[in-house]
Design a protein around this ligand. Structure first.
Ligand SMILES: [Zn+2]
Length: 449
């Protein structure tokens, strides 16, 4: 078949073409995740709190519009069919790509003329190899190159963090690629806007940074369809990711959403979750999302200007009920801290934190003064029983700083992590709690009896 294996280093050189168009009109990560289970049923797991399950079980592409179909996944793959060939928007991760292609080929077997990547995260770019044919143009925003370099520059760091968060084996160490070592598979890069037509259909691409600096939106004016990528999904945005990210600017999300609202879309196609139909429903959803982000941003800024510390703001700031967009993927407290530290960096104004010895440096001494790790672990168990699992975790950390294999401290640590997991509604939080539980159990096993 025409399905070509994509070889990053051979088939593409660095941007073959870089066009900066004059004004013309107008979200690794994860790659390797849940195994695809074929079954003749509706796709499941489209909720934001179970992203790895997205689309598992989908047996046929979903029709969004006569010319637009979607295969759900982590993330979604969209196909726009025209008389002169197909345009693909996002390619999901590598594991889901062959299946997405199979389901979309069943809708149209015309050549793949363009692949548009909304941004450089692996759950959007990983499946590229399944789609590239001779002559296929790969379109991304100009910041895509630096974003791929950033991910490659920190590949060892992100590899460990992703392995922890998603319960995967730590990838083998590879030689450092250097600061600019990524291969950039785009054939067309643009700065602010880019437009092309295929088969009588106009495609307008806008730079809309938010989830990432290189994020773009695809607008089909004839169908009033906006592909919004990861700048909208069914959860508060993951404005700070626990696997590590540089700041994602709240006001950029706001501007990105405003620019999509201004288009007047009748179809909104997010790269995670289901499309939304009808301008009224889209306007309601996007306005609420934007206002939720702005509410949190402005509350953080007001708190910073009033001299409040970040932890106070993490406890104080809440969304009013009408702006509660859910926290199944992104989370309010991490975003509050992300905004605060995105603006101010890590220093909290206390001179004792300026130096290279953290509070944990004195944990063993404090444990000894308190009577030893048994006493501290016992108190942690009491706090846990009283419904204070985070404080119990901190005390367990202190005991473990004094005795890394302390059985009671490891047991209370596991119990506290399990209590937090039982009440969690957030997939990223659950990933890290599971990692903590696995690690503590391993330490407990190697501590022996
Ligand atoms: Zn994504």
């Amino acid at each position: 078949m025409r399905r070509s294996r994509f070889v990053w280093s051979q088939r593409f050189r660095l941007p073959v073409e870089c066009r900066v168009l004059p004004a013309a009109g107008l979200l690794l990560a994860a790659a390797a995740l849940a195994p695809f289970q074929a079954a003749a049923q509706a796709p499941r797991g489209l909720g934001a709190d179970s992203p790895l399950e997205s689309g598992v079980g989908q047996s046929a592409a979903d029709r969004v519009h006569d010319a637009i179909h979607v295969v759900y996944g982590f993330g979604n793959t969209f196909q726009v069919d025209t008389p002169d060939g197909r345009v693909i928007v996002d390619t999901s991760g590598v594991q889901r790509a062959a299946r997405a292609r199979e389901l979309l080929d069943a809708v149209s077997n015309r050549p793949v003329r363009y692949v548009i990547l909304t941004h450089g995260h692996g759950d959007h770019t990983g499946g590229l190899g399944a789609w590239v044919e001779p002559g296929t143009e790969i379109v991304a925003q100009a910041g895509f190159a630096e974003f791929l370099h950033y991910q490659a520059r920190l590949a060892g760091f992100f590899g460990r963090r992703n392995a922890a968060q998603f319960g995967l084996p730590v990838p083998p160490e590879r030689p450092w690629a250097g600061n600019f070592g990524a291969t950039v598979p785009a054939t067309i890069l643009f700065e602010k806007e880019h437009a092309f037509a295929l088969g009588g259909l106009e495609f307008q691409l806008l730079h809309t940074p938010g989830e990432t600096p290189d994020h773009l939106t695809v607008w089909l004016p004839q169908y009033k369809a906006a592909f919004i990528g990861d700048n909208y999904y069914e959860s508060f945005p993951n404005m700070y990711t626990l696997r590590g990210t540089r700041p994602r600017w709240a006001l950029e999300y706001v501007a990105a959403i405003d620019s999509v609202l201004a288009l007047g879309p009748e179809i909104l196609l997010p790269s995670h979750g289901r499309p939304i139909h009808g301008n009224a429903a889209i306007t309601t959803a996007l306005t609420r999302y934007r206002d939720a982000i702005l509410h949190v941003h402005d509350a953080v800024v007001a708190g910073m200007n009033a001299g409040k510390d970040v932890f106070t703001l993490m406890r104080e700031i809440r969304l009013p009920a009408e702006l509660d967009v859910g926290e199944g993927y992104g989370n309010l407290i991490w975003s509050i801290r992300g905004i605060y530290e995105g603006y101010a960096g890590w220093f909290d104004g206390n001179p004792s934190t300026m130096y290279d010895e953290p509070p944990a440096a004195v944990y063993p001494e404090a444990v000894s003064l308190a009577g030893g790790p048994d006493t501290i672990s016992a108190r942690a168990a009491v706090l846990l029983a009283e419904g204070q699992p985070v404080r119990a975790l901190h005390l367990a950390d202190m005991a473990l700083a004094a005795d890394a294999g302390h059985r009671g401290a490891l047991e209370v640590r596991i119990a506290a992590l399990e209590a937090l997991r039982a009440r969690s509604v957030n997939s990223n939080e659950r990933g890290w709690l599971d990692h903590g539980i696995r690690s503590a159990r391993q330490r407990l096993a190697s501590a022996g009896d």
